[in-house]
Design a protein around this ligand. Structure first.
Ligand SMILES: [Zn+2]
Length: 90
């Protein structure tokens, strides 16, 4: 696939963060610009859901900040921030 933009979305069924690589950057740009639903998928649960507003914002940010000539991007910022939250609360 051409320029897949990989992002994470939390599965509503198992609560795990699942990597999403079914959308190209171009497709995601189109979905965000036209305010359409971006769907995510969990292989383990076989569930499809719409990404949250927070996740959309992360994707939008990844689209606008191009990282040089990388062929694909992986949005890992959300994984790090979400994993740090429970630890900080303890
Ligand atoms: Zn799941």
């Amino acid at each position: 696939m051409k320029n897949p933009l990989i992002f994470v979305s939390t599965c509503p069924s198992c609560g795990r963060q699942q990597l999403q690589h079914g959308h190209t950057r171009r497709a995601l740009t189109k979905l965000i610009e036209s305010r359409q639903i971006i769907d995510a998928y969990c292989l383990e649960c076989d569930v499809v859901w719409a990404v949250t507003a927070e996740e959309r914002a992360v994707i939008a940010g990844a689209i606008t900040t191009r990282q040089g000539s990388m062929e694909s991007d992986c949005v890992t910022g959300l994984i790090e921030t979400k994993q740090q939250r429970p630890q900080a609360a303890q």
